[in-house]
Design a protein around this ligand. Structure first.
Ligand SMILES: Cc1ncc(COP(=O)(O)O)c(C=O)c1O
Length: 384
């Protein structure tokens, strides 16, 4: 069995200068933005330290090993056959999403989003000048699912693409291969595209089986444009590197038309860290997954003990928990009361769409001590 990765101690985390640790005063425990609290994978530290030593801080060259490194990772971890010639880098996943949308939908045209969903999936349309068409996920007994009939209807009404999130943020849902294959058929029937954000894919947890959208079926390969990065699993968001993947001539042609400037904005440190992650990060990633799996169970236990009114359906992937706190009577946005009175920062449910009223998103990508301290603080609010 893999030993779970240990998080950094609170004193060290408080010296960090990124959003998670530098937004709130020191009496707040931050369990909000999707950064994690672990030491960097050794292979990444070494690659970045060596680059600093060399003063190697310039632009990304025209050819790097990054596409091959990702193809190797995809083959080992997911059994997915990626052609390195169909990997194109960019600055971050959301810039890639904006450009992919712009490439397939004109100004004012509709792009389906499936709330509750990562808030920039709404905001990105300001950048791409498109319109978000909301087709909410459906809550079934087994978990959250795509509303395939609703998506079909939205395409019939003119939407040009769907922005898929697989695994889904905030519910942690890993969509079933059958649902993805069916989605591909629906999109193909309407001549529409599936832009699949798979940034959380390296963090699929035990018990779930992830299917890369492009590998769901031959049709999916035709209609899909995937975006991913090492940045969420390996906590590299500040290094600015993500990539498009395609698996058909038609999709490759779309991504090839995206201007060179979009690729040029990739960060060199992101490339170097991504290569190290994809080539030499498996052991560290396995230890992280073991930690997140344990934390997912711990969070369920802590909520049951300290916040009994909370409803939490543990997700299949990642380190984000979507928790219904509606029964506590703290209004549509319980995170406000929790920040003010418990000094714990969570993401407000309503920022994920109207479906998030009464919910909050909890980041459990941290050590068990911090997680327990935070949930105890929230529980103490009920006691008071
Ligand atoms: C689903 C999803 N997509 C994209 C991002 C942001 O990625 P990037 O910083 O590469 O734009 C996040 C960050 O949490 C995310 O959860």
């Amino acid at each position: 069995m893999t030993t779970p990765l240990d998080a950094l101690p609170l004193e060290t985390l408080r010296t960090r200068t990124s959003t998670k640790w530098a937004t709130y005063p020191a009496d707040v425990l931050p369990l909000f933005v999707a950064e994690t609290d672990f030491p960097l994978a050794p292979a990444i530290s070494q690659a970045l330290s060596a680059a600093v030593e060399r003063g190697d801080t310039g632009y990304v060259p025209p050819r790097t090993r990054y596409p091959e490194a990702f193809a190797g990772f995809a083959s080992r971890r997911y059994g997915w056959d990626v052609d390195p010639a169909r990997v194109r880098t960019t600055c971050d996943v959301m810039m890639g999403v904006a450009e992919a949308i712009r490439a397939v939908a004109g100004p004012g045209e509709g792009v389906i989003v499936t709330p509750p969903v990562y808030p920039p999936f709404f905001a990105v349309h300001e950048e791409s000048a498109t319109e978000a068409i909301r087709v909410p996920l459906v809550r079934a007994d087994a978990g959250w699912q795509l509303d395939l009939d609703g998506i079909d209807a939205a395409f019939a009404a003119g939407a040009k693409a769907i922005l898929l999130c697989n695994p889904h943020n905030p519910t942690g849902t890993v969509h079933a291969r059958e649902a993805l294959a069916e989605l591909a058929e629906i999109a193909a029937r309407h001549g529409a595209w599936v832009i699949s954000d798979e940034i959380h894919a390296p963090l699929v947890l035990p018990g779930a089986e992830y299917t890369p959208f492009l590998a769901a079926s031959e049709t999916a390969a035709e209609v899909g444009i995937a975006l991913t990065s090492a940045s969420k699993a390996f906590n590299l968001a500040g290094l600015k590197c993500a990539h498009f993947v395609t698996a058909s001539d038609a999709a490759h042609a779309v991504v090839s038309r995206i201007p060179m400037e979009v690729e040029w904005r990739t960060g060199l440190f992101g490339i170097l860290a991504g290569i190290a992650a994809f080539e030499d990060g498996d052991g560290w990633l396995d230890a992280l997954i073991a930690r997140l799996d344990a934390n997912r169970a711990l969070l369920a236990d802590l909520l049951a003990e300290h916040v009994p009114g909370a409803r939490y359906l543990p997700g299949d992937a990642g380190f984000l928990a979507w928790v219904d706190l509606g029964a506590l009577g703290w209004g549509d946005d319980p995170s406000r009361r929790i920040l003010k009175d418990a000094k714990v920062a969570l993401n407000p449910g309503p920022s994920f769409g109207a479906e998030g009223a009464g919910f909050a998103r909890i980041n459990y990508g941290t050590g068990p001590e911090i997680l327990e301290a935070a949930i105890r603080r929230i529980g103490a609010l009920i006691a008071s």
